[in-house]
Design a protein around this ligand. Structure first.
Ligand SMILES: [Zn+2]
Length: 327
């Protein structure tokens, strides 16, 4: 049936992937100070508690290029750590571009979205990062996406795009629009990145792996609508959806996991930011959330296999083509 997302072949296994956006510790940076404690101190703290393969999504974009004169700065500066990650944990290096422009009036970097999408700069940034590592996975800053950006990723041979927060709409300084996006992996349509392609001709080659999101109860949905209305967003459908970040509220994460699995997905993809590892509460939440994912899966009779985003992509591509309904 056209439009259906993937269904995993092996129904006895749930595949879990944890991706980390490797951003500097604050949004607006310059070269005069140290802004990378999330990597230098945060990742070793995480590794004391968690030893699964991770997808480290490194910043490489206009900001990194202009501040450090090298789009691959984030890789080169911490090269030993990334090599150790690959060797010890089978971790993956991916890409996390943000669309920022420097605002001279306010002397800071500000989101620059929905215009030309900076395609040439992003393309060059990916090329530079690929001089260092075999990059096939991407998650964009603020989960922003557009048809032109998605097509660029596809043309560049990206295999896994993992920015989607199903159902979510954000407006303001930064924004994204994932209304109508399913919670299961899919090949995006060329004409609307948010939806599975209706035919093989319409389908991009890359696979979209949505991040965990929960559907809110009617009461919480109404409260969320009122909260967002204060910021000028009057959209009822997207008020029902909330992204579930693994470092935060365990109730939100639990509900997102339970709803996603009960909906039929065998793929659970979650994300975090490396600066969050500096807060003990966030590390504690990661462990609580992982534990609850494993026990919920066990309760339903599934085992959990941890893998990277590239690992999920490869698994989905090798699935029986009859199960790939969208392309
Ligand atoms: Zn980011």
């Amino acid at each position: 049936m056209a439009g259906d997302p993937y269904v995993m072949k092996n129904k006895k296994t749930i595949y879990f992937s944890l991706a980390c956006d490797v951003d500097p510790d604050i949004d607006s940076i310059d070269a005069s100070k140290e802004y990378w404690w999330g990597i230098a101190s945060g990742i070793p703290l995480l590794r004391k508690a968690l030893r699964i393969p991770m997808t480290w999504l490194l910043r490489a974009d206009r900001m990194i290029t202009e501040v450090y004169s090298d789009p691959a700065y984030c890789f080169k500066r911490f090269q030993k750590l990334w090599e150790e990650e690959a060797k010890t944990f089978k971790s993956e290096i991916g890409w996390h571009p943000h669309l920022f422009r420097f605002d001279g009036t306010n002397s800071k970097w500000l989101p620059y979205l929905g215009k030309d999408d900076d395609l040439e700069t992003l393309s060059a940034s990916l090329d530079a990062l690929r001089q260092q590592a075999d990059v096939v996975s991407v998650r964009t800053g603020w989960e922003y996406q557009s048809n032109s950006l998605m097509k660029l990723f596809d043309q560049k041979g990206i295999l896994v795009e993992a920015s989607a927060t199903p159902g979510s709409l954000q407006a303001g300084d930064w924004s994204h629009d994932w209304r109508g996006t399913p919670r299961m992996p899919y090949h995006p349509s060329r004409s609307d990145y948010r939806c599975p392609a209706a035919s093989r001709e319409d389908a991009l080659k890359l696979v979209e792996i949505p991040m965990l999101a929960r559907r809110l109860s009617p009461l919480l949905r109404t409260a969320r609508f009122a909260l967002r209305a204060k910021r000028g967003v009057f959209d009822w459908p997207s008020s029902a959806w909330q992204g579930a970040i693994i470092t935060k509220d365990p109730r939100c994460f639990d509900q997102a996991v339970e709803q996603t699995i009960r909906e039929g997905s065998r793929v659970i993809a979650a994300y975090c930011h490396c600066s969050e590892f500096l807060e003990p509460e966030n590390l504690k939440n990661i462990m609580i959330n992982m534990e609850s994912l494993f026990s919920f899966a066990d309760h339903l009779g599934y085992s959990v296999t941890t893998t990277t985003l590239a690992g999920l992509g490869s698994l989905l591509r090798s699935s029986d083509t009859e199960l790939i309904k969208c392309a």
